[in-house]
Design a protein around this ligand. Sequence first.
Ligand code: HAM
Length: 431
Amino acid sequence: MADLQPVKGTRDFYPQDMRLRNWLFDIWRRTAHRFGFEEYDACVLESEELYVRKAGDEITGQLYNFEDKGGRRIALRPEMTPSLARMILQRQKALNFPLKWFSIPQCFRYERMTRGRKREHYQWNMDIVGQAAQSAEVEIISALLSALQAMGLGSEHVVLHLNDRRLLNAVLDHLGVPQPAHLPVMVVMDKRDKVSPAQLGELLAEQGLAPVQVAGLNRILGMATLDALQGELGALPVLDDLRRLLELLERVGFGAYVAFDIAIVRGLSYYTGTVFEVRDRGAALRAICGGGRYDSLLSAYGGESIPAIGFGFGDVVILELLSDLGLLPTLRSDVDYAVIPFSGQQAEPAMELGQRLRQLGFSANADFSGRKLKRALQHADEIGARHALLLMPEEWARGEVVLRDMRSHTEARVAVDAFFEGLRSRPGQGA
Ligand code: HAM
């Protein structure tokens, strides 16, 4: 027998899984629309070179890549941001900035699998491109937190950790780490939660840090407030920017969700300014989502430098968290009418009735399984039918159907014409 398992690290979505996935995507889409973002998409196949970066990003080592029949190096996208950058560069002259775009791509990463990390995931992306002002930060973070609220998550459940790469650059300057080493050092720093302190020290030493610098870095990363950092580093514009951003987020009502955290680095080397990630308050799970400002990604691909900020929000960790908290909705499929012929003799009229209902704008599931009436009604209940339209031999011969209310279990015999007349006159219904 063939191996029936999906490829390691990938998921099948049975109808009940799809209901949940659609529920989540629906919240993402509605939130994006509420903030005035437009949807875009690209193919899951991209040129491998789009993901090759000098700083040694983990993502480059996790590519699903291959050579196509034409000898091109191809990768399944591990993230959407490079595709977004590519699409923008292609039409740079024609586009009207700032752009507010969103997408829900499926992404592939050959990851070591842990709880919350798979080899395939869907990732809601929201990005504002062409707006340097902090209002872009506020909008992006507000949209992200609004989606979490729509899922029933309060500030007692989740927290957005906020930092700025420019502050990390200032810390590394302060410790005497040369500029070219900053990015690779940050990529290593991002592994802080994943490796032991001793391993982290070794990785930092590989990047040229002396033991005294590693100790200094650990000490500074333990500082909890902007004031403490100011005491260490002196006054810096980035400290004022962070204070101002925290104030603005407070002002739009999200203060309780947000906390400054000097230890947030993010693993992708293209971030240049604000960086953030959302974690569950108990920090039991991996990051729910993450993002930041990446003002030089477009120029890295050879275009003009355009300021940009955004986030990626995966479907895996959030569903685990909602499940842990008992916040997953109970979702049923639903259909307006289950049309049930008593036997094969009523099958053709059942087809016709189903189609008439659909033309009036109702959903109708016609049951041609030939199962017994009791089982057919059970099935109608399972698919969430609100009404069943039964085509019984005697009634049908008289031009009548039996209309059953599936919730109250009451039945009425109605002439077919009167039934359709009644539907047409129902306000707000019909095609
Ligand atoms: P990222 O931090 O690599 O950022 O991923 C963002 C989110 O995608 C994670 O927080 C997590 O929710 C989800 N995710 C990533 N990898 C996996 C995985 N293997 N399994 C399950 N979920 C995963 C980016 O990808 C950036 N491109 C986001 C961005 C958009 N920055 C600016 N704009």
